[in-house]
Write a protein that binds this ligand. Structure first.
Ligand code: MN
Length: 292
């Protein structure tokens, strides 16, 4: 099998606020190397690098907004988020938890710092990822997977190298709990200093590594520091990472859907006509109601 090489190590862009509760670096879609087609099925990745929020009696966050045509995946590394949606669902995304929301035909939701957490404040670190849906599933019913940290399966590496936590897909036979519409791998590699781990995904699967903590060397030659995103080329299957300090790395690899993408704001469809329909449906109240 061939080695998959590093195409690019992207420096985090200047952060911006989403609402008043998420201070994010946008990595996808940014530029042609990390645009929606290149990163298919990963169409958006916002990364809230560790940021200290002071205590606030009023929880900070993002008010009511719609989504249609894809899934939003929230990974909480530090801090807590409370979530509510127009179907009456809601919950708390705590440290280590993953919320996998299939917006599909449409939801309204809002996301705020959890009330008690907000009162004390503290370090906050999150990833929000949008995963595209194939045309045949874009108008399916919304659903949620609230994946608690304890439900995420773990593979212990040899030689005390660390642990691979499997959220979606599998690693050396250990499967993740998330159900996905297309083939996706989502792993948290938690490596001890000098720990190494090998990965193997089909060559055409689009693959990125986000360094959450510490620093890694990929394939023995490409350094990726904290808060950087490495884009792997589609030129092989295998790669290796080595932690030069204790490290956490989010690894995403997905089979491209290879369909046209028409995106505007919170809607990601296949055609402009479907985008217009999404705006009309939203304006006509077809996404339901949620109090701000
Ligand atoms: Mn949202």
């Amino acid at each position: 099998m061939k080695t998959r090489t590093v195409e690019l190590v992207a420096t985090p862009r200047a952060p911006h606020f989403v609402g008043d509760g998420f201070r994010v670096h946008n990595f996808i879609p940014s530029g042609f190397r990390l645009d929606m087609q290149r990163m298919d099925p990963f169409i958006m990745l916002d990364y809230n690098s560790t940021y200290n929020f002071p205590p606030s009696s009023k929880p900070k966050g993002v008010g009511v907004h719609p989504h249609r045509g894809f899934e939003t995946v929230t990974l909480a590394y530090k801090g807590k988020v409370a979530h509510h949606d127009s179907s009456g669902g809601g919950g708390i995304i705590g440290e280590g938890d993953v919320q996998w929301m299939t917006a599909a035909s449409g939801v309204l939701h809002k996301e705020y710092h959890e009330e008690e957490w907000s009162k004390t404040g503290g370090d906050f670190q999150m990833v929000q990822l949008w995963v595209n849906l194939p045309k045949k599933d874009k108008m399916s019913a919304p659903k949620y997977q609230a994946i608690k940290y304890g439900e995420i399966n773990r593979f212990e590496l040899e030689k005390n190298a660390g642990t691979i936590e499997v959220i979606a897909g599998e690693y050396n036979g250990t499967k993740g709990p998330a159900s996905t519409f297309t083939n996706i791998y989502m792993l948290n590699a938690k490596l001890n200093k000098n720990g190494k781990a090998q990965f193997n995904f089909p060559e055409h699967y689009n693959t990125v590594l986000l360094v959450i903590e510490g620093e890694i060397i990929i394939n023995g030659n490409a350094k990726a520091p904290t808060d950087h995103l490495a884009l792997m080329a589609n030129d092989g299957e295998n790669f290796e990472i080595e932690a030069t300090s204790d490290a956490i790395v989010l690894i995403l690899s997905g089979e491209p859907i290879n369909e046209p993408i028409a995106a505007h704001g919170p809607f990601v469809m296949n055609t402009k006509e479907e985008l217009v329909e999404a705006f009309n449906d939203f304006n006509n109240g077809k996404f339901g109601y949620l109090e701000d």
